[in-house]
Design a protein around this ligand. Sequence first.
Ligand code: F6P
Length: 562
Amino acid sequence: MSGDAASQAACETPFDAMARPQLPAWQELEAHAAAVSDTSLRALFDSDASRGTRLTAEACGLYLDFSKQRVTDETLQLLVKLARSAGVAERAEAMFRGERINVTERRAVLHVALRAPKSQQIFFDGEDVVPGVHAVLEAMGVFANDVREGRWTGHTGRPIRNVVNIGIGGSDLGPVMACQALRHVSDRSLTLRFVSNVDGTDFAEAVRDLDPAETLCIVSSKTFTTQETMANAGSARDWVLGALEDEAAIARHFVAVSTNADAVAAFGIDTANMFGFWDWVGGRYSMDSAIGLSTMIAIGPDGFRELLAGFHAMDEHFRSAPFDENLPVLMGLLAVWNTTFLGCRTLAVLPYDQYLARFPAYLQQLTMESCGKRVTLAGEPIDPAADGGYTTGPIYWGEPGTNGQHSFYQLIHQGTEVIPCDFIAFANSLNPLGRHHHLLMANVFAQAEALAFGKSSEQLVAEGCAEWLIPHRTFPGNRPSSTILADRLTPALLGSLIALYEHSVFVQGAIWNINCFDQWGVELGKQLAGKIVPELEATDEPELAHDSSTNALIRRYRRMRG
Ligand code: F6P
């Protein structure tokens, strides 16, 4: 066998045998989508008084109401049939078994091991990985407590008061989101900052008011080669050394989180101050690994373990619950239904909780780096415009309610695009303040109701609306949404909520037959930037061989910089 053929064989997966549009369930769903296209949510609710309680599911403290999605019982049966015929359960089991389901990178996908209890065994290449996970958690716990309780001091002996996480993508978005979401249980005497953008402004503003003598920098990077992170880490080192004027200070003010010990050592961080993780943890699935060190320092080791327990509870639910009661399966199937069969291109995630302000941004990497794919696992094109093609990954976006209501909700209610929404809300506020929480919750319930049922011209006439204004004031309704309602935002609840979306993405990927664990689409821009950097920095006029637009922009930039 040639080298190419051997690696091709090594990448073969048993899951991609049948093109999805040839599956009977897929074809039935296509016909069904056409048949129900005229059915309104109002009609569905009118004909079934129990719809609002029947089309719901509950697990891990999360109540999912999907009755306002444009689905019938038949839709759900067909979607479940599709999940079965696409091998969702088999593929999930392969993940839990540590198989290399990330075929293009020949990697296992074992983020579920990061939150497995000590008693569980999860094997990769014949080795149980769970003890290693807990060893790192223990080490993180000791370190986090040392920082929190003032035992870990800076170079001059002063306790650490500020923690700056330097990372990007999965090494940033999860920790940023979690630290914000769990601020109410975090140590308020510590200042947490996050630096991700290579724009120097990000670093400069993050440290402007911090004293290096009281600051710990966590350089978080799976590869420890990411350009943005390395540039920021270098500037952080200059900032610390500029103030403390002693190389020995690095050991007290820098720790690393990475899988690349050599690069950590080459940067100058003692690998004794490194917290490791593994090749089988994807960047966007890593916030519950050592990448969560900043989160653990903020909320403490016990809080972090609670967060992991919440993740694990959802893992177990995903693995064991029947598909029609399985929250991640239902959410994944609804995303496929809306995207592929109803033609909705985006999905809005609207948390009615200020602490979840960064949740949509976190979800953007999780969902779009995962499902933004245009070929199947076998490398076959998936061109929605071609015969037998289909649409994959929707655009996820969102903002916390109620702010979005005074911004983009107009388009969701009356625009020409249909945008399915996930509303996320909590029965109890963490900051009870007069009537605020009732006002907040009234809004979330009202928005979902308005989207589903709209306002007809008859209603407007009955209200005495001027005839010429009726088209402008009519709400078409029939706009789908799900509502996730939980008691209150605790670390465990947050873990379950994140794992819900992680596994929902898994289900979407399995049905679209794509690899939702690689991210080749980020490579080309990185390579081209690597080529352009020396062209911008050259003292002599460089020879440029880009297209005429890129050449002109580079030349203009050089002139503007003098
Ligand atoms: O954006 C591409 C990516 O590889 C992400 O998948 C990853 O989360 C991010 O870069 C950061 O990578 P690293 O942790 O290796 O610095």
